[in-house]
Design a binder for this molecule. Structure first.
Ligand code: PMP
Length: 384
């Protein structure tokens, strides 16, 4: 049985306080927010209160929040919705080479519809430079989408500077904030963000819900057509229970983030220090300082990541080799390859992410098990 969970980037348990906040919306407050009677009014009040809390979480206004089924949908709505609606201004979009697969594949889809896409490379730490973004801007550029922080190696991007560049050049700026939310303070005003994708589960809310933040005045085309909910930008009856859950989740983060981040950071630093000390020929992937407080990402010479994951799983420890969303492909991580790692190095990587329910004993268990597992696998490896 798995007893140690170090894969918070792939999925997070829903906080018990969130489950409690959702409970009334299954049977007591069951109205449709679009209904005109008083049962519907109660649902509308709850919907708008939740919208307000979620807006506070990112320093936005409530009417700038569009509920969607998750960050994948929010990313689709941002990129396709903006591109379609603004194609008379230009048909060039910029993303980075290390975006989440939902951005890469949406960009690929747009290329089939006649848009051109430039991908900004990253340095060895997985960082995008503002200068390289600037170099790719043309008169035809209408949108730039750069993730707030990378979901695999945890490198934090210079979002404020990229936002400023976009503002100066009058280009819309979208960021996928999924990896950063709950860990870094999100402020769409300071960072000059026009569109931002946020997921509910990444702040310990239910899965299957996310939001797209859309700055007032930014025009997009809806991608789901129907009854005109969410200001006509995303039709379909709102999932009120999940929305109330996400609002509670956002409030908990606002209350606890600062202390929580210190705790996670000390676990992360302990993992990095001990793993690098105890395991010869082990290396840290990603930026040594500008990294998410919950992320430790390694590579080990002569080791295949999948075998490492399965061996740790046998010892009751759940870890990751990279993005769970891309685990169905056998290709090495596009993020690690863009960072300049060789295929065998990318295949020998391990991602550890800690979270709200991580305990010191989880860290101790990993630090005890990993050196033994690496040593055993290396003895069996023809690569080593
Ligand atoms: N962006 C990033 C950075 C992600 O890590 C994920 C997956 N959690 C998504 C987008 C897609 O989110 P969802 O699966 O909730 O649609």
């Amino acid at each position: 049985m798995t007893s140690v969970y170090l894969d918070y980037q792939s999925s997070k348990p829903v906080d018990p306080q969130v489950v409690q906040a959702m409970e009334p919306y299954f049977q007591k407050i069951y109205g449709n927010p679009s209904s005109l009677h008083s049962i519907g009014d109660k649902a509308t009040d709850a919907l708008e209160q939740s919208r307000s809390s979620i807006a506070d979480f990112i320093q936005a206004e409530p009417d700038e929040i569009i509920f969607a089924s998750g960050a994948t949908e929010a990313n689709n709505l941002a990129l396709i919705g903006y591109a379609e609606r603004n194609k008379s201004k230009g048909k060039h979009i910029i993303i980075s080479e290390i975006e989440h697969i939902s951005i890469h594949n949406t960009a690929k889809f747009l290329m089939k519809s006649g848009f051109s896409v430039s991908k900004v490379p990253v340095n060895h730490y997985g960082q995008v430079s503002v200068h390289k973004v600037n170099e790719r801007i043309t008169d035809d550029t209408i949108l730039i989408s750069i993730g707030y922080a990378n979901n695999e190696v945890g490198t934090i991007q210079p979002i404020e500077e990229i936002g400023r560049l976009c503002r100066d050049k009058e280009i819309a700026f979208h960021t996928d904030a999924v990896a950063a939310e709950g860990l870094l303070p999100l402020n769409v005003q300071n960072d000059s963000i026009d569109l931002m994708s946020v997921s509910s589960n990444d702040i310990y809310g239910p899965k299957g819900l996310g939001i797209l933040y859309k700055r007032k005045g930014i025009k997009i085309s809806p991608q789901i057509i129907g009854g005109g909910q969410e200001n006509g930008l995303r039709s379909g009856t709102e999932d009120l229970a999940s929305i109330a859950g996400m609002a509670r989740a956002a409030k908990i983060v606002m209350e606890e983030r600062e202390n929580e981040v210190k705790r996670l950071q000390s676990y992360r630093d302990q993992l990095i220090k001990e793993v690098l000390e105890k395991i010869p020929r082990s290396y840290l992937n990603g930026h040594p300082e500008k990294r998410l407080p919950n992320n430790a990402h390694f590579r080990f010479d002569g080791i295949e990541g999948e075998s490492l994951l399965l061996s740790l799983n046998d010892k009751g420890i759940a870890v990751s080799t990279g993005s769970a969303c891309s685990s169905k492909t056998l290709e090495p991580s596009h993020t690690l390859i863009s960072m300049g790692l060789l295929h065998e190095e990318a295949h020998g990587s391990l991602e550890l992410t800690v979270g709200r329910f991580t305990k010191q004993s989880d860290i101790d268990a990993l630090i005890k098990a990993l050196p033994e597992v690496v040593e055993r696998l290396r003895k069996l490896s023809p690569l080593y």
